[in-house]
Ligand binder design. Structure first.
Ligand code: SAM
Length: 303
């Protein structure tokens, strides 16, 4: 049994720990500057170009923003940090380095940062903070925005193929590409041999992983070879089109909100020459008609 005195001191310790935890929750990652090798590797992996804007979420003394903008004319930089002392110093440093016309540090919580106009997001924060930011990044950043982070990953959001992990490197640097949101029901139509074909597709999405099914008339097929990189979506399928025959179709397009614009290629049998095929290429325009749903009832007439 705890004596009254030990009980009271246990309560005091618990209360103190709770208050530290509460402060830690507000601040999350404390300021520890990235080492220079990591800064260089992060900036080189992101490779910001003239006209682009980078942001460092939790910018500390600004070293990543400076490295991304120094010697890269036309690149704009934003840093956000909850520590106002660091923000004031970083802005003074931007002035000294004659970068103040295109570099700015804001006293802001990373969760309030505007990600809608940036091309590159840098992060070197505690892993749980990075994961807490994942839904914000996926929702607010534009498709194609590069996210570059050192050390920690983003859980089930797999990085793009560009991961910098040379043998003996101090830390892994990873890059993610924000995917367009393609989930939902899409429709399009096209003409082949004077016939109009109408298509519906249902796409399911988890980060850049997309699965889908297509339906034309009462025929439905799975979509294959689906890739989504930023706004670039591609897939293929094979489906029998009444009056045309067995068609191999491949689609490539750019997603912009509820529209996709691109091209499709159809490999179809030549008329009256069953073993010969021809390939036609046409523009492809699809529109999203619902963010979720399923095909209309099929009925029993499935021939
Ligand atoms: C590990 S340091 C990284 C500094 C810099 N990005 C670098 O790599 O050198 C993390 C920074 O994030 C800031 N920070 C932590 N939580 C934050 C939050 N919720 N909003 C804004 N900044 C935050 C800290 O003040 C600190 O400067």
């Amino acid at each position: 049994m705890l004596s009254r005195r030990s009980f009271l001191s246990a309560v005091a310790v618990a209360a103190a720990l709770k208050s530290i935890a509460a402060r830690a929750q507000e601040r999350f990652s404390p300021f520890v500057g990235s080492n220079p090798e990591n800064v260089t590797r992060m900036v080189e992996l992101a490779a910001p170009k003239a006209g682009e804007t980078v942001i460092d979420l939790g910018s500390g003394d600004g070293r990543i923003v400076f490295a991304a903008t120094q010697g890269r004319p036309g690149v704009r930089g934003i840093g956000v940090d909850v520590n106002n002392e660091l923000v004031v110093k970083a802005n003074a440093s931007a002035k000294e380095q004659k970068l103040a016309d295109r570099v700015q540090f804001l006293h802001q919580n990373v969760f309030d940062a505007d990600l809608s106009k940036v091309d590159v997001i840098f992060m070197w924060l505690f892993p749980e903070l990075m994961r807490l930011l994942r839904p914000k990044i996926l929702r607010e950043a534009r498709p194609g925005t590069r996210l570059v982070a050192a050390t920690w990953d983003m859980g089930p959001w797999w990085p793009a193929d560009t991961t910098d992990e040379p043998p003996g490197a101090f830390m892994t640097i990873r890059q993610w590409i924000v995917p367009a949101r393609v989930e939902g029901q899409w429709e399009w139509e096209f003409m082949l041999r004077d016939r109009n074909y109408r298509f519906e597709a249902l796409l399911e999405q988890r980060m850049q992983q997309v699965e889908g099914a297509i339906r034309s008339g009462n025929r439905r097929e799975l979509l294959q070879n689906m890739t989504l990189r930023g706004a670039a979506l591609s897939f293929s399928t094979q489906i029998t089109l009444p009056g045309t025959g067995y068609a191999r179709l491949s689609f490539n397009g750019n997603v912009q909100g509820d529209a996709i614009e691109g091209t499709f290629e159809a490999q179809i049998p030549k008329p009256d020459q069953e073993n010969e095929t021809e390939t036609v290429r046409r523009p492809w325009r699809a529109r999203r008609v619902a963010t979720a749903g399923f095909f209309a009832p099929t009925g029993t007439n499935i021939n």
